[in-house]
Design a protein around this ligand. Structure first.
Ligand code: PMP
Length: 422
């Protein structure tokens, strides 16, 4: 019934796509790493709201923070004035990011943070061109969509924002070529690319950052998905000791309750946007800095730190990848298991045996992404494990478990894959 209502009133396409990952199910309750259906059966959540529930679902500390704020009768969203809690969260964000980043703009979604970061880059540098990587995902509003170099999302929505250009993935020479042409305000990148879970060669990001400095372009790290422990470091850029000029954050900052996002940057860039004497530049949003969102952000960071979730993400992510890699000796369908921390992909390939090869080809003839969808559906139907396909037309299943998982959840996932691939 829920599925029918959604299909009728909300979004047909989404309902159809999500139908393959359990959208026709009604979950009555959620706690930690599990969802429960009406009959009390548990579903292991290796999807985490696309990377939101780093701290697990319905975390008591975050719920308590919301209850506390609600019980205080605070003025909320005083708009032209200061909301009570935004200073505290901004201070906390400055504390957990590198020292040169001490200015924070709060907004409501990852897309909005990216959109604002692109505007900040243009306004503070006075330049116009913005570069982003092939295969990237930065959001779906016009600015961020223009940086999302993915035909699946861009097709049918043109013309897109002028001045936003694609650079080849993992290709230092291409980036330099584009920077050399001049007028580049910023290069924006996901430290680990969400669609497909791609990680560039070790030298790529340090070289890219050096090139940005050389040509006077800002480096924006889109940490919407990789931030707050997802990749086994607090931020993805820390894997390469980078010093981005702007960071975007969202998803886990919300604690899974109230949308909360941030653009974090240097005082100089911030002032280059908001304090220019030669013109009045305005960037603003109604719901940004509302007390509930700020309380969620503060509680979320507190839980991630106090429960040591960054370290748990690294350790459990390694164990999960080890377990999945061990399956490759029995299943030549597995091409590669890759990832960082609890952001993991398992990529499939055409198997060697003649019989399976024919089945593989038949499936791919129907739809290039069908095999991964079949794996996702079977994991759900046979083992009650929620996963998702990593992107359009890919033979890749993506795992984004909550960072609180332990050996029990890892074993269930690895055994699930073993059975489904068999
Ligand atoms: N940037 C990245 C790296 C993302 O993963 C996402 C969401 N998947 C976004 C931006 C957009 O965030 P939102 O859906 O909150 O608008």
């Amino acid at each position: 019934e829920n599925y029918d209502l959604h299909h009728k009133y909300v979004n047909r396409t989404l309902a159809k796509v999500l139908g393959t990952i359990g959208f026709d199910k009604v979950y009555a309750r959620a706690e930690g790493s599990y969802l429960y259906d009406m009959d009390g059966r548990d579903y292991l959540d290796f999807l985490s709201g696309y990377g939101v529930y780093n701290m697990g679902r319905n975390h008591p500390v975050i719920r308590k923070a919301i209850e506390d704020v609600l019980s205080m009768d605070l003025p909320n969203m005083v708009q032209m004035d200061c909301a009570l809690l935004s200073g505290l969260l901004a201070e906390k964000v400055a504390e957990i990011t590198p020292p040169h980043l001490d200015a924070c703009f709060f907004c409501n979604s990852g897309t909005e943070a990216v959109e604002g970061a692109m505007k900040f880059a243009r306004a503070s540098t006075g330049r116009t061109r913005i570069l982003s990587l092939a295969g990237s995902y930065h959001g779906l509003s016009y600015g961020s969509l223009s940086a999302t170099h993915n035909a699946q999302f861009q097709e049918g929505f043109g013309p897109l924002l002028p001045g936003v250009e694609k650079v080849a993935y993992n290709d230092v020479a291409d980036l330099e070529e584009k920077l050399k042409q001049g007028d580049v305000a910023a290069f924006i990148a996901e430290p680990v690319q969400g669609k497909g879970v791609h990680i560039p060669d070790e030298h790529y990001f340090p070289a890219a950052q050096d090139l940005c400095r050389k040509y006077g372009a800002l480096f924006i790290a889109d940490e919407v998905q990789t931030g707050l422990g997802r990749t086994g470091k607090l931020f993805g850029f820390q894997h390469w000791d980078l010093e981005p000029d702007i960071i975007t954050m969202a998803k886990a900052l919300s604690g899974g309750y109230v949308p909360c996002a941030a653009i974090v940057t240097t005082r100089k860039i911030y002032q280059g946007v908001f304090s220019r004497l030669d013109r009045c530049v305005v960037h603003s949003t109604t719901f940004g800095r509302n007390n509930l969102a700020m309380a969620c952000g503060l509680a979320s960071i507190e839980v991630i730190k106090s429960e040591n979730l960054v370290e748990n993400s690294r350790v459990m992510g390694e164990k999960l990848m080890e377990g999945l890699r061990a399956l490759a000796s029995r299943h030549d369908l597995i091409k590669e298991v890759r990832g960082k921390g609890c952001m993991i992909a398992i990529e499939f390939q055409q198997p060697r045996s003649l019989k399976l090869k024919m089945a593989w080809k038949a499936i791919h003839k129907v739809d290039k992404g069908l095999f991964a969808q079949m794996v996702v559906s079977s994991l759900l139907d046979r083992h009650r494990i929620l996963t998702h396909v990593a992107g359009h037309n890919m033979d890749v299943v993506k795992l984004l478990p909550p960072l609180i998982i332990g050996q029990k959840e890892i074993d269930r996932c690895v055994q699930g894959f073993d059975d489904v691939l068999q």
